[in-house]
Design a protein around this ligand. Structure first.
Ligand code: HEM
Length: 466
């Protein structure tokens, strides 16, 4: 029904003014919203946490402190209850039921995300032949991590040296996340578009800013977000007239277009003897029928890159930054991590010569203490002493940072668990390793925030090691 309404509003009726469109959309959405609220009623058995104001529900209390909200509600209502937040009745389940929920075939975080953000509409031009990203990543990135590692490590070093290379003694960075973002964007691009195109400044800029640009447009939704259906209508309106992805898609088209054309021509002419480039760009070309015209292939691929960049760059940047701040806050553990690194890299150099400073994929995998530190750093886990920061908690426990479980839902779980997590963890481990081996990381203004919901901010000081 919602689609029908959207077709009516945005399809053939664009001869009416945008105010009329919006006015009509608002009335319809409010009606839909009220109908849904009525249907959500008290049919289900789990208790609904009471709230004072309709539409707002418990949104503000929840946003102020979700952990406290859940703790208080669990004490009152047990491990399953419903809350009315952000325009929806949502069911909260405790640890005992999480596995049943997340392994259910119908549970899909990304689909749920579509309910609040209509990314498909934003990327509608390339939708018809959109890539199966999870499959693309599982088949082409994860099994090739070993081959991709040297270029990733090289790019990470190159980018780090651009920021820190000239430092004599120490430097204080007001916003170190920008450096991390640059490192991730450059390293990921070498895998996504290959070792030549990854030097293209426009592509790197787009990789860095597209998520924030989209986020900024979503901020315009403001309180309309309390009414999900209206919010989706509003997004479609926004994306029709000022699509935040359009200029970035144009950049990717411009950057990759000539290369796509060249590769398609060479593949056609040289057949089996063609030296197939190894990167995701080529994997995306191979997924499409070879008789499609090159401009169409470029357009489709550029849309696919938007989704790939959206899923990977911001998430990895945020999580690497969290670890960096945790290293500053728990400096007492750094020497042990450095000792581990030294031992593992010495073996690595012998195993895979030619890899920068011994940072081979195997060596990175072997850094078990660092791995455990990564899994521990967010302090939201559930163990016998969840309140205590114990960075070696998972050493020798067969619980690597890429291993999902009910005690570690950072990458989701079940059928749709993040397919990029192996790549992400390897990038994060490498970034923090190469920074901490060269610099002491100190937080000039200590703070306790290390949660992903409330990411740490503020300056970090990098002091050159002897
Ligand atoms: C630390 C970094 C990352 C975090 C925290 C993260 C987190 C997540 C989460 C929570 C999901 C939803 C899982 C679910 O529905 O159960 C997801 C899905 C996804 N992620 Fe990641 N991710 C990260 C990095 C990456 C990277 C580097 C890539 C690509 C190379 C990627 C690609 C994807 C894709 C394609 C999906 C959709 C999976 C599906 O629908 O089946 N992610 N990610």
């Amino acid at each position: 029904m919602a689609d029908l309404i959207l077709n009516i509003i945005f399809g053939s009726h664009l001869d009416i003014t945008s105010t009329q469109i919006l006015g009509c959309g608002i009335s319809l959405a409010v009606a839909l919203y009220l109908a849904q609220r009525w249907m959500n009623g008290d049919k289900e058995s789990s208790p609904l946490v009471p709230y004072r104001f309709p539409i707002i529900g418990s949104t503000f209390e929840w946003n102020a402190n979700p952990a406290k909200f859940i703790k208080d509600a669990t004490e009152k209502y047990g491990s399953v209850f419903r809350i009315y937040i952000n325009g929806r009745v949502q069911t909260i389940v405790g640890k005992d039921l999480v596995r049943n929920i997340v392994t259910n075939e119908d549970f899909n975080f990304i689909e749920a995300f579509h309910d609040i953000f209509d990314i498909d509409y934003m990327l509608r031009d390339g939708k018809k032949m959109g890539a199966d990203l999870p499959n693309l990543i599982t088949k082409n990135i994860t099994p090739n991590l070993k081959a991709y590692t040297p270029r990733v490590v090289r790019k990470l070093y190159e980018s780090m040296d651009n920021w820190l290379g000239g430092v004599q003694d120490s430097i204080t960075m007001e916003n170190p996340v920008i450096m991390i973002q640059d490192m991730i964007a450059n390293a990921s691009a070498s895998v996504f578009v290959g070792e030549e195109l990854c030097n293209n400044k426009e592509f790197i800029h787009t990789s860095k800013v597209v998520t924030t640009d989209i986020g900024n447009i979503l901020l315009k939704i403001g309180l309309i977000g309390l009414m999900p259906r209206l919010s989706i209508l509003y997004q479609r309106f926004l994306f029709t007239f000022m699509n935040p992805a359009s200029k970035h898609i144009a950049v990717v088209c411009r950057v990759t277009g000539p290369e796509v054309e060249r590769r398609m021509k060479e593949a056609r002419e040289q057949g089996d003897s063609w030296n197939r480039p190894r990167d995701i760009l080529q994997d995306m070309i191979d997924q499409l029928p070879s008789d499609l015209p090159a401009p169409f292939v470029t357009k489709t691929i550029s849309n696919n890159f938007m989704s790939l960049i959206f899923a990977s760059i911001h998430t990895t940047t945020q999580n690497s930054s969290l670890v960096l701040y945790a290293l500053a806050d728990y400096e007492e553990y750094v020497q042990e991590l450095l000792d581990e690194q030294k031992a593992v890299l010495a073996e690595g150099e012998a195993e895979e010569p030619g890899v920068e400073f011994g940072f081979s994929s195997n060596a990175i995998k072997k850094m078990a203490k660092l791995d455990s530190f990564l899994r521990e750093f967010d302090e939201e886990l559930q163990g016998p002493d969840p309140e205590n920061f114990n960075p070696w908690r998972f050493v020798n426990k067969n619980k690597q940072a890429s291993k999902v479980g009910i005690d570690f839902l950072r990458f989701g779980m079940g059928k749709h668990a993040c397919p990029g997590r192996f790549f992400a963890i390897q990038e994060i481990k490498t970034i923090v390793s190469i920074i901490m081996r060269k610099y002491r990381i100190v937080r000039p203004n200590p703070s306790v925030s290390r949660s992903i919901k409330d990411p740490p901010q503020g300056p970090l000081m990098f002091i050159k090691r002897e």
